[in-house]
Design a protein around this ligand. Structure first.
Ligand SMILES: [Zn+2]
Length: 94
């Protein structure tokens, strides 16, 4: 549903900033901003914010080409960074 997707996008923006969860760089253009499902819907991932992250359109479509362990490594690295950023901003997560 489009409206739910936009809500998730706004929440991710507010919590994480405009940073791509895949390459770690800033997403400069709204046109390039997509919501990526960490666990793909096709693999049983949920359409919930806990399974969503912001990514460049290009990174999102390239994700399937990255080797799984390489992608996992990137994710772990970026999740840690996002968590630290949340802590710094005083957003209580878990
Ligand atoms: Zn990116």
């Amino acid at each position: 549903m489009a409206s739910k997707n936009n809500t998730i996008k706004l929440r991710l923006l507010w919590e994480n900033g405009k940073r791509c969860a895949i390459c770690g760089k800033m997403i400069e253009s709204v046109d390039d901003l997509t919501v990526d499902h960490i666990i793909p819907i096709s693999k049983g991932g949920k359409r919930e914010i806990s399974n969503c992250q912001l990514a460049h359109k290009s990174c999102n479509s390239r994700k399937s080409d990255i080797m799984p362990d390489e992608y996992e490594r990137l994710l772990r690295y970026n999740r840690r960074r996002i968590m630290l950023m949340r802590v710094r901003r005083g957003i209580v997560v878990w």
